[in-house]
Structure formats: structure tokens, C-alpha cells
Design a binder for this molecule. Structure first.
Ligand code: 3PG
Length: 434
């Protein structure tokens, strides 16, 4: 079993929740404390000049940083940008500057992690002051110690970064939900040495995703599309177990379910699956088992839009196979999906319905996403590609929660073990005073 089932929340106001399996900023006195705050501000940057192209993640963490500063903590921000070997693997200097502009509070960027410069700056900090240290992935151990072994985080806790920084800190605040599927020292090591609590971004992610999956008002539906079909099958399996009533499918995910149902979708779409879905035979057999177990709860298209030499041509799935690729759900399917969406008490969406980058095949995705954003109940959107599509369509402000996580969001939705969440869960057991 994965770790996130422990993060299920109950109905009602989130800030009155008593049964979270992790602690939050509210559980500790903050004033005067030295806090190590791990954020995920990994952003798209222009590789030529290092300018930040998308500040969404930086903006999201602004509330946590501001709140801790206003509560008079001394805040040491840790974060990463990209990975070694990539063009955007750069210093965090510009991130610090941008964060400071957003919160309108000075942030001192220190081009060091745990050397003399960093230690001296930390010693001199005053209440409310914020410093941001250098990209944690400039440190070799952060890259190398990334496995959850022997059910503990000892190796990470013994890393230089953690052994140097934790003795001078009082609390570890983990706000980096988007990196919570990683097991690196900056994400799990401090939790062995210090109380570890969720920052506001982390708290919100776990509350909203947890509730949308496991306890939001019924009928709860999921809309799953896009091309990461293997992930979507694992997600479907977990969602159906968690009593998400219906799963509406689009994109490659739908094609895979059509194949599992024995429908020949034609050479181009079949070849796409064979070439792009690792272990596609195993994945299709998993999809078949799900269809058998939950015959009325997985909904797939009854018509599709083909890309016939650049033109959109709708066909019923009974008329398949075809020599053209399937690039969108059909209009009958769209009408059917909107009916489910309109009646839903909770919606969680991940992945587009088709090749939405091409205007002719964007109808399914746009109209389904519009319907989701018009639903007045609980609406939660997965990160990465889905968040980008909602943004491009100007719908972000109309949904309740858009995840900051790409891989982390998928891992959470598939109930995979997420080391940083496990570290926080253990910390609650250790520090909770009942
Ligand atoms: C992300 O952008 O998904 C997170 O920052 C994690 O980055 P990573 O995949 O390089 O660990």
C-alpha cells in the first residue's frame, strides 16, 4: 500500500481538521525560531540568460514565506532548480530576487549551502529575516542519496547538509509538495533531526487532493486523459477502490480502455500505444481486469474525432478501425461527459481529452474543462500538462485547487509511497503531544 491513504481528510472546513496525519505550522510556536523551509520553486527558465519564464511556483510559496516572516521566525529557504547536466541547472539568485519582489520583503541570497558563508549568515539572522541558500542540487549528496532504503532516512540524515544545518535550526517546514516523491536529504533528512511540519502549500495540496479522492461529496468523478496511460491505469485502480463513482476517460487513456474492451482502434492509434506506453500488453491486461471488476464505472468514448489529413471527422466507435489517428473525443461523448460533470459533487481532473494543441482537436478538452470549471462543487486539477491547459484556457481561477505537482501529483493519485510525506507522518507520531 502507498502512503497517501493516511492523508485522507474528512468533510468540513479544512482548518478545523483534527485528523491529519501530519503536523502544520499551527502546531508549533514560531516566534524567534530558526526554521529550515524547503520549497519547490523549480521553474522554467530561459537557458540563455537564466531569466525565470514562469513564476507560478514562486508565487504559490509566497504565503508560507510571508506568514513565517510575519510570525517573526528566522527563515532559511532551501530549494532546487533542475538537475545536473541540464541547461537550466542554475543558481537560485534570480529565484530569491523574484520571491522578494512578490512578498515585498527582503530576501538575502547566499551563494553557499552549509559552508562558512552560509553559517555566518545564519548566525547573524534577526527575527523575521529571510535568507535563501544555493541550489541544494549543487551538493553531490543531494543527488546521490535519493533512495528510501531499509524503511528509514538515516543516510539522508547523515548527509553534510543535514548534519551542518539541523543543529542550528528548531523546525523543518516542508512546503515542497512537488518534490515529495523524492527521497533526497533536503526533503527527508531534516525530519529525522527536527520536528517536520507541512507548510501552507503542502497542507493545501494534501487536504484538497486527499479530500477529492477519498471523502469529497458524492458523486465523485475523475476525468483522466493525456498520454501517460500507464500512470492513469494505476490511478484508476486506486480511485475506484476509494469510491470515486465514475472515471471519464479521454486521450490515450481512453484508447487504451477501448483496446482493452476488444475494439480495434486502427493502426495509427494502436502503434502510438505500442511505441509510447511501456509494457503496453501488461497495461492493457490491467485495464481489462478493471473493466471486468467495475463495468459501469469506467466510462469511455462512444464516438471519437479522427485526424483525416488535418480535418476533424467524427465517427462512432462501432465504425472503427480506421487508418487515421484518433485525436479527440467525439461530440456525443462530449455531451455525455458534460452530463456526468454537471451532476458531480466532487471532480478531480488529470490530462486532456485529445491533441488540444491543435485547435481542431481542442473541442473535447476545452468543453470538458469548461464544464469542470463551471461546476460549483469541489473541483481539483492535477499539475503539469493539465494545469497548463487550464491556464491557457483562462479557467484556473474558476477551479478550487490546481496542484503544483507534476510527478508528485501523479504519485499521490496512484497511492505510491512518497518519502517526504512518510517523513512528515513519522514526525507527527514522534512529536504529537496528545
Ligand atoms: C518537478 O518539477 O516536478 C519537481 O521540482 C521535481 O523535480 P525532479 O523531477 O527533477 O526531481
Amino acid at each position: 500500500m502507498g502512503q497517501n491513504s493516511g492523508y485522507t481528510t474528512v468533510d468540513g472546513e479544512f482548518d478545523t481538521l483534527k485528523d491529519r496525519s501530519f503536523l502544520t505550522i499551527d502546531d508549533f510556536k514560531i516566534e524567534g525560531k530558526v526554521i529550515i523551509l524547503r520549497v519547490d520553486i523549480n521553474s522554467s527558465v530561459n537557458p540563455e540568460n537564466g531569466d525565470i519564464l514562469d513564476n507560478t511556483r514562486i508565487k504559490r510559496h509566497a504565503d508560507t514565506v510571508k506568514e513565517l516572516s510575519e510570525k517573526k521566525a528566522k527563515i532559511i529557504i532551501l530549494a532546487h532548480q533542475s538537475r545536473p547536466g541540464k541547461l537550466d541547472f542554475i543558481s537560485l539568485e534570480k529565484h530569491a530576487k523574484m520571491m522578494a519582489e512578490i512578498i515585498n520583503i527582503n530576501i538575502d541570497f547566499i551563494p553557499d549551502l552549509y559552508g562558512k558563508k552560509a553559517m555566518d549568515s545564519i548566525q547573524k539572522m534577526k527575527e523575521g529575516q529571510i535568507i535563501m541558500l544555493e541550489n541544494v542540487r549543487f551538493d553531490k549528496e543531494e543527488i546521490e542519496l535519493n533512495t528510501f532504503e531499509n524503511d528509514n532516512f538515516e543516510k539522508q540524515a547523515k548527509s553534510k547538509m543535514v548534519t551542518k544545518l539541523s543543529p542550528i535550526a528548531d523546525l523543518f517546514v516542508n512546503d515542497a509538495f512537488a518534490a515529495a516523491h523524492r527521497c533526497q536529504p533536503s526533503l527527508v533528512g531534516f525530519a529525522e533531526e527536527l520536528p517536520a511540519v507541512a507548510g501552507r502549500v503542502m497542507q493545501r495540496e494534501l487536504d484538497f487532493l486527499g479530500k477529492a479522492i477519498a471523502s469529497g461529496p458524492q458523486p465523485r468523478i475523475a476525468v483522466l486523459g493525456g498520454s501517460k496511460a500507464a500512470d492513469s491505469i494505476s490511478i484508476s485502480e486506486y480511485f475506484l477502490k476509494k469510491e470515486i463513482t465514475y472515471i471519464l476517460t479521454g486521450g490515450v487513456v481512453a484508447n487504451l480502455f477501448l483496446m482493452a474492451e476488444g475494439i480495434d482502434i486502427g493502426v495509427p492509434s494502436t502503434t502510438f500505444i505500442k511505441n509510447n506506453v511501456p509494457n503496453y500488453k501488461v497495461i492493457i491486461s490491467k485495464a481489462k481486469k478493471l473493466l471486468k471488476k467495475y463495468p459501469d464505472r469506467i466510462i469511455y468514448p462512444n464516438d471519437v474525432a479522427l485526424n483525416e489529413e488535418g480535418e476533424r471527422i467524427g465517427v462512432h466507435t462501432e465504425s472503427l478501425p480506421t487508418k487515421y489517428p484518433i485525436h479527440d473525443i467525439g461530440l456525443d461523448t462530449l455531451v455525455k461527459y458534460i452530463k456526468y460533470i454537471d451532476k458531480a459533487g466532487t471532480i478531480i481532473a488529470n490530462g486532456p481529452m485529445g491533441v488540444f494543441e491543435n485547435a481542431k482537436f481542442a473541442i473535447g478538452t476545452r468543453e470538458v474543462f469548461k464544464a469542470i470549471s463551471n461546476n460549483p462543487n469541489m473541483t481539483v486539477v492535477g499539475g503539469g500538462e493539465t494545469a497548463m491547459a487550464f491556464n491557457q484556457m483562462g479557467l484556473t481561477s474558476k477551479v478550487e485547487h490546481v496542484s503544483t505537482g507534476g510527478g508528485a501529483c501523479i504519485a499521490f493519485m496512484a497511492d505510491e509511497t512518497m518519502p517526504a510525506l512518510e517523513a512528515m507522518r513519522r514526525s507527527k507520531i514522534k512529536y504529537n503531544k496528545k
